[in-house]
Design a binder for this molecule. Structure first.
Ligand code: AMP
Length: 226
C-alpha cells in the first residue's frame, strides 16, 4: 500500500456552526469525534474510527486544505467557495453535495433611512464595505451599479455607522446583528448553505474509503431537504 492509501481520511471543518451542524451527520454514520474544538486547543481531532480524522481550520482556509490534498474532504459555506473560486489549482475541488446546513443569506445592508433604491437609480457611486469582495463585485456588475469596494475582515456593521461606507455586503441569519446596529437588509444577493468539497485526486485514489462518507452526507442532505 502507498503512504497515501494508509493515511487516515482527513475531513476539514471550521469551528462554530459548521462543526456543530456536521456532528449529527457524522454521528448518524457512527463517527464520534473525540473532542470538542470549542474547549480543546487541538487542531487534529481523532474519531472512534482509526481511519477518519478531523482537522479544525479557519472557514476561509477549508478550500485551500482540500485543494492541495492536505485534507481529502471539507465542508465550507457557499460564501467561502465563491470567494475562493479558481484557487491555486482550478479543477482540484469537486463539490458534489449541498448539505443544506449553516444556512443564511448574503445581503446588501444599509443604515435605516438610507434610500438605497434611489441611490442606485440616480447612478450614485456607492461605497461598499465587505469581506465578500468577489460576490459583491459580481452582484453590482450584473446590476450595472458602479461601486467602490472596501475590503474588511470583520465587524462590517460598523462601516455605514461611522461613514466608511454607504452599505455593506454581509451574511444575515436571524437579522439580529443588523437590527442591533440600526441597519436593514435592502437586497438579497444569494442564499448560502454549506457544501461538501472533495479533492478530486483523493476521490480517485481513495474511492473505497471516501465513497461511504459521500453516501452518508448524500443521505443526510436528502433528509434535511425532506
Ligand atoms: P444574525 O445576527 O443571526 O443575522 O447573524 C449575522 C452575523 O453572523 C454576521 O456577522 C454574519 O457574518 C454571521 N453569520 C450568520 N450566518 C452565518 C453563517 N452561516 N456562516 C458564517 N457566518 C454567519
Amino acid at each position: 500500500m502507498t503512504e497515501l492509501q494508509q493515511a487516515p481520511i482527513t475531513l476539514a471543518l471550521s469551528k462554530g456552526r459548521i462543526f456543530e451542524e456536521t456532528l449529527p451527520l457524522l454521528q448518524d454514520a457512527g463517527i464520534e469525534v473525540s473532542e470538542d474544538p470549542e474547549t480543546s486547543r487541538k487542531l487534529i481531532l481523532s474519531t472512534n474510527q482509526p481511519d477518519i480524522r478531523i482537522i479544525i481550520v479557519r472557514a476561509s482556509d477549508v478550500p485551500t486544505y482540500v485543494e492541495y490534498g492536505a485534507a481529502d474532504l471539507g465542508i465550507a459555506g457557499k460564501d467561502v467557495l465563491v470567494e475562493h473560486a479558481g484557487g491555486a489549482h482550478p479543477g482540484a475541488l469537486y463539490q458534489p453535495i449541498d448539505l443544506q446546513i449553516a444556512r443564511c443569506r448574503l445581503c446588501v445592508a444599509t443604515r435605516e433611512g438610507f434610500d438605497y433604491e434611489a441611490a442606485v437609480q440616480q447612478g450614485a457611486r456607492l461605497r461598499i464595505a465587505t469581506k465578500y469582495v468577489r460576490a459583491a463585485r459580481d452582484h453590482f456588475a450584473a446590476k450595472g451599479v458602479y461601486v467602490d469596494l472596501i475590503k474588511l475582515y470583520g465587524s462590517m456593521e460598523l462601516a455605514p455607522l461611522i461613514g466608511l461606507a454607504d452599505a455593506i455586503v454581509d451574511l444575515v441569519s436571524t437579522g439580529n446583528t443588523l437590527r442591533a446596529n440600526g441597519l436593514v437588509a435592502v437586497e438579497d444577493i444569494m442564499p448560502i448553505s454549506s457544501r461538501l468539497i472533495v479533492n478530486r485526486a483523493s476521490l480517485k485514489l481513495r474511492r473505497k474509503k471516501i465513497q461511504p462518507m459521500l453516501d452518508v452526507f448524500q443521505r443526510a442532505s436528502q433528509e434535511t431537504i425532506a
